[in-house]
Ligand binder design. Structure first.
Ligand SMILES: NC(=O)C1=CN([C@@H]2O[C@H](COP(=O)(O)OP(=O)(O)OC[C@H]3O[C@@H](n4cnc5c(N)ncnc54)[C@H](O)[C@@H]3O)[C@@H](O)[C@H]2O)C=CC1
Ligand SMILES: CC(=O)[C@H](N)C(=O)O
Length: 373
């Protein structure tokens, strides 16, 4: 009790004197995220976490989607191949299975999640399992189960075993009544998709567990992510990936959003680097627990114009999907990510031309890019 009391004094005093810049202190990191109210009456609720000096032991849920395999690659480079376990409820392709540890893990199986975290001594968890915006609308009961019940299981397990938890949110956590230009971190959030509603719920629940139980919860609102070697899983921004494959395959693309639909987007390398950076940021640098991050913002028409510089024969036509269009029209056109830039130095590397060049330089695209240059 005495130690807890001293910690309360030290932490509360420091919190009051903290300026907006990052605060350095000699206290063990696992105490720093706790404001006085955050230290629970029963501190033994937490098991001892691994020393901050040791590399984390990582679990990625929903790891076989568009983003998980790339994240595993990045984390394995940093922490070692065997420190990062990829998991999903699908069978991994051979090259993924051979690239490092993989296990079957259904996030709806609460007991199994405990077993995995205990048996593998997990200290960091990246919770990527979800049904995205378009597939979520097509199967609302499943989206509720995976995105809400699944999240509850993850929160309980992470809090119980003192695991640092990353949960991605999305531009889809905003809605038609949010400001659409430079949407700030704190704004009206009344999304009209089950995906968006479940992500607002995840943001709020994660922050509640942070304040109530001291869970080290970290969250970024991703824009639409563009990747060359992984396919999107059923979202509204998927066109911005599919357009590249169509361009190289047959020089034309039929877009399911209107030409003028402006949405925030980001190249996958920026997204995954941001994810690692926010997880590595000292707790005291994080003035909030859910950050907007942003890179570029464009319409299908603008993307097609840049593509045409490299693939001059490329043609885009439009056949609007009313469901996806309604979702896109309710989302921000650009995000204000100044807090992330200030708190932990977030900065994107890929602008629109850089993103297009990089996408095209993958596989079969390379000769055309060289030709255009
Ligand atoms: N890709 C993007 O543009 C964006 C993604 N995000 C978020 O990032 C995360 C990862 O996104 P993606 O890789 O694109 O998603 P994805 O849809 O490609 O992959 C999701 C994965 O979750 C798995 N999954 C479904 N039900 C499961 C269950 N019961 N147990 C375990 N796994 C289950 C699926 O098998 C799938 O491999 C998601 O939370 C998503 O909301 C946020 C904003 C943008
Ligand atoms: C922006 C997202 O969250 C995702 N790509 C989607 O379109 O659903």
């Amino acid at each position: 009790m005495l130690i807890l009391g001293m910690l309360r004094q030290v932490v509360s005093g420091t919190m009051q004197s903290r300026a907006s810049s990052c605060w350095k202190a000699a206290l063990p990191l696992r105490f720093l995220g706790h404001s006085p109210q955050q230290i629970p009456a029963d501190a033994s609720f937490y098991s001892t976490s691994a020393s901050e000096a040791e590399p984390p032991r990582v679990l990625i849920t929903g790891g076989l989607g568009q983003l998980g395999v790339g994240l595993a690659g990045l984390l394995r480079k940093r922490f070692g191949r065997d420190s990062v376990i990829l998991s999903d409820i699908r069978k991994p392709p051979a090259h993924v299975f051979c690239s490092g540890p993989f296990i079957y893990a259904d996030i709806l199986d609460y007991k199994k999640l405990h077993e995995i975290v205990v048996n593998h001594r997990i200290t960091w968890l990246f919770h990527y399992s979800a049904l995205l915006s378009a597939v979520g609308e097509a199967n609302v009961p499943l989206a509720k189960a995976v995105n809400i019940t699944g999240l509850h299981n993850i929160l309980e397990v992470a809090a119980k075993y003192n695991v640092r938890l990353f949960v991605p949110s999305t531009i889809g956590a905003f809605g038609p009544t949010s400001p659409r230009n430079h949407t700030p971190d704190f704004s009206i959030q009344r999304p009209r998709t089950i995906y968006g509603v479940s992500k607002v719920h995840a943001e709020l629940m994660g922050e509640y567990y942070y304040h109530r139980y001291g869970l080290d919860f970290r969250c970024l609102r991703y824009p639409g992510i563009i990747s060359a070697d992984s396919q999107p899983g059923g979202g509204t921004t998927d066109y911005a990936v599919q357009i590249f494959h169509a361009a190289v395959k047959n020089n034309r693309f039929e877009c399911n959003l209107k030409a003028s639909t402006r949405l925030p987007m980001m190249y996958i390398d920026d997204c995954l680097r941001a994810t690692l950076e926010v997880m590595e940021a000292p707790s005291e640098c994080l003035s909030i627990r859910t950050y907007n991050i942003s890179a570029v913002s464009f319409t299908p028409e603008e993307l097609a114009q840049v593509l045409c510089k490299y693939v001059p024969e490329f043609q885009i036509t439009y056949r609007v999907d009313p469901l996806r269009q309604a979702i896109a029209d309710s989302w921000p056109m650009s995000l204000d990510d100044s807090t992330a830039r200030k708190d932990w130095g977030w900065k994107h590397d890929f602008d629109l031309p850089g993103l297009v060049r990089t996408m095209l330089s993958f596989q079969g695209f390379s000769t055309r890019v060289a030709h255009a240059n």
